[in-house]
Design a protein around this ligand. Structure first.
Ligand SMILES: C[C@@](CO)(OP(=O)(O)O)[C@H](O)COP(=O)(O)OP(=O)(O)OC[C@H]1O[C@@H](n2ccc(N)nc2=O)[C@H](O)[C@@H]1O
Ligand SMILES: Nc1ncnc2c1ncn2[C@@H]1O[C@H](COP(=O)(O)OP(=O)(O)O)[C@@H](O)[C@H]1O
Length: 275
């Protein structure tokens, strides 16, 4: 059988409201998430036993990899062998708030559902996904969704837009648990704009900016710098960071070159389409 290719798109959070801490330690959320055009790839070939390889260093290749977790849950729930060699081609940076690992896991569930001929509905895959992580169910649908609960209760929404954006990620990442832990005690930094931004496609805000900006002062500086640039219609941190989303109203390349020169030459910068 030929190699099966599954695309795992990254996400951004267009809105993220933290409602409070739950008894199980997770935080209750309301978030609208949207896929973006930057993506990892899973190249899947039949083999004697399951095996995972990756083209970049630093991604765990043991049972903690979210792709492997997806395989184990699928095997348990369906009784299938899932003997494949999976080549993971990483293009989504990690610790970025772009959900790379979560998207890889959901892509693996979608691929197994096709390759093993199980034809499970998205809702059944989303139940498996929720065991892996709060964000994973969203990636099963691979479309704009409103997510509640701890993020795992997902409803696809009609969203007929294609929005050009520039993603900018400094070389440091942000730990998701740390972002949530700091939420309750955190304060706004004077002079930084946290207010919801309004677009024809909806609102744009993120309650995790407050705790993350307190710890990583470069991020609010980057946001405010972006908001002053003529090419930028809006700017917001994605998820728990450290990626900043700049909504474009002008030339992406000119903005990218200026950001690298004036803010940080080591940033990962990528032009994407949201939606
Ligand atoms: C913040 C968000 C926004 O979309 O994404 P990222 O920015 O990390 O990509 C998500 O809520 C991240 O989802 P995900 O990365 O799947 O989180 P999980 O593995 O389930 O949880 C990691 C840890 O984050 C905290 N956590 C996560 C989700 C949630 N609703 N409340 C929490 O408090 C918990 O401390 C948990 O142990
Ligand atoms: N398939 C995977 N790709 C990337 N990271 C993974 C994967 N599986 C597990 N991880 C671990 O998850 C961590 C968070 O990665 P990721 O989900 O891509 O970022 P984020 O939580 O910021 O969206 C990584 O540092 C890595 O140790």
């Amino acid at each position: 059988m030929a190699t099966h290719k599954e695309i795992a798109r990254a996400k951004v959070n267009l809105t993220l409201r933290v409602l409070g801490k739950r008894e199980d330690g997770f935080h209750a959320l309301e978030t609208r998430m949207a896929p973006v055009s930057v993506a990892d790839e899973l190249l899947i070939t039949p083999a004697d036993a399951y095996e995972l390889v990756c083209d970049v260093e630093g991604v765990p290749l043991d049972e903690t990899n979210l792709v492997t977790m997806a395989v184990r849950i699928f095997q348990r729930e369906t009784g299938k062998d899932c003997a494949y060699r999976v080549e993971l081609v990483k293009r989504i940076p990690h610790g970025a708030g772009l959900g790379g690992g979560s998207s890889d896991a959901a892509a693996m569930l979608r691929a197994l559902n096709t390759l093993e001929g199980t034809n499970l509905p998205h809702t059944a895959l989303a139940d498996m996904a929720a065991e892996i992580g709060s964000d994973v169910a969203f990636f099963v649908f691979d479309s704009v969704c409103d997510c509640v609960g701890r993020g795992e209760l997902v409803t696809p929404v009609q969203w007929d837009y294609k929005v050009d954006a520039l993603l900018l990620k400094p070389s440091f990442g942000v730990s998701t648990p740390h972002a949530y832990q700091g939420w309750q005690q955190s304060q706004e930094i004077k002079g930084i704009d946290y207010a919801p931004q309004k677009f024809e496609w909806g609102e744009f805000f993120n309650d995790l900016e407050r705790p993350v900006y307190e710890k990583h002062r470069f991020l609010p500086e980057l946001k405010m710098w972006l908001l002053e640039q003529p090419e930028v219609a809006g700017a917001l941190m994605s998820g728990s960071g450290s990626t900043m989303i700049a909504i474009l109203q002008g030339d992406a390349e000119a903005l990218k070159q200026r950001a690298l020169k004036e803010m940080d030459p080591t940033m990962w910068v990528e032009k994407v389409v949201i939606g």
